[in-house]
Design a protein around this ligand. Sequence first.
Ligand SMILES: Nc1ncnc2c1ncn2[C@@H]1O[C@H](COP(=O)(O)OP(=O)(O)OP(=O)(O)O)[C@@H](O)[C@H]1O
Ligand SMILES: [Zn+2]
Length: 471
Amino acid sequence: MKAGPRQSQFEPSEGKAVLFSDVHGVDEAKEELQDVVAFLKDPTAFATLGGKLPKGVLLTGPPGTGKTLLARAVAGEAGVPFFLLQGGSDFEEMFVGVGAKRVRELFAAARKKEPAIIFIDELDAVGGKRSSRDQQYMKQTLNQLLVEMDGFQQTEGVIVIAATNFPESLDQALVRPGRFDRIIAVPLPDVRGRVQILQHHLKGVIVGKDVDPKILARATPGFSGADLQNMVNQAAIQASKLHAKDVNIKHFEWARDRILMGAERKSQYIDEKAKLATAYHEGGHALVALYTDGAMPLHKVTCVPRGHALGMTSQLPEDDRNSVSLKEYLAEIDVCMGGRVAEELIYGPENVTSGASSDIRKATRTAQAMVKHWGFSKLGPVFHDDRDESISPKRKEEIEEEVTKLVRGGEARAAALLTAKINELHLLAHALVDHETLNLEEVKKVIKGEPIRNITEVLEEDISNLESASA
Ligand SMILES: Nc1ncnc2c1ncn2[C@@H]1O[C@H](COP(=O)(O)OP(=O)(O)OP(=O)(O)O)[C@@H](O)[C@H]1O
Ligand SMILES: [Zn+2]
């Protein structure tokens, strides 16, 4: 640990400007940051036009997906200075009480150079609900950060961007309106993203004829951008150690395996078998969502990890739902059950994994609320307060029974539906393994047995677009 203030923190960090074109596979996040760039380019004009902006943007996602890179790219695109506060290491010193002061000085420095970006890496180090170390000093630092954020006007031209791998552990005060009120997900790249990231980091590397970024990308599901960059570097080092004339596929395979074995690596890597199992699970959710009357429309399904989940099926409400009908609640339970039911149909009940526990929790919670609060059971429209001690044991049992009935009902409906559509489930799961992410249109085609473009063609097209863009 170094003593004394580090002057460099209060000066914009230097280095070659990063642009959006340096960050790959996170198009949605880039899209969401466009207005921040427009604002920083000309804060007054933006405000005059009535644009509304967050003061703070929170980038969330697994390690190494490019959160820091994205924040730098926002600064680079807008041509504004970038002030960095390293949550992990800088806050280490904060328990000796300099934290609050450092935050104050950093904001003062940034405001002098506005428009500017302040980037706080590992926000959870200071803004976590249960920051380990010295609670009191951490609290002071956090409070100072809140004071600074509350203290400036949107028109001032300072935007705070923070990154965290653990959004759920943040102090709620941080995500209130007027603070970090825009949250942008920066997920692991899918196979197309991985091709682009590899292409980017392969620039300037002399590779052998046997090296095909498409194949490398397909061999690295679950790798982050940082992992991929690391793989390229390690392969190059290995090649030079062996005095090879170029970096060939053997070197890449060696590097890949080394990263996979890396002690510090949380095993994100998914082998083909596990990927197919996840694909069936998510495919089950997706088909039930697609075919169940009253279910929220299917939006996207993926079998690569998102946050703590192995895969994800996302649905989009058609409009703001103020009240929800019985049919819609039942559909919600059915969709939750679809994942586990699909696993059971394909792999047999004895091989079902515990991976569906959050689905089960969600379905159970919905069923409980249906019975206890919304009167959707034979117990009728009676409100049962969770804190009410006077609910009789008999009533508790009846509630349990009704909840179980609802969840079991969902399970049975999902099973009937997926049994009838088993061929579609196979088609969908295998397409997911290839493409990793499918949108609604693609899902509809796949289950009809219609070709969506061959993944190799898609990847090839991506590569030639990239090449012509950089030529
Ligand atoms: N999406 C990406 N496109 C291109 N390169 C990437 C991408 N993601 C990561 N990298 C490479 O990995 C390096 C590390 O990524 P970065 O520090 O931005 O990740 P991070 O999400 O901030 O990680 P952490 O959460 O560990 O701080 C980058 O400098 C870049 O070289
Ligand atoms: Zn699930």
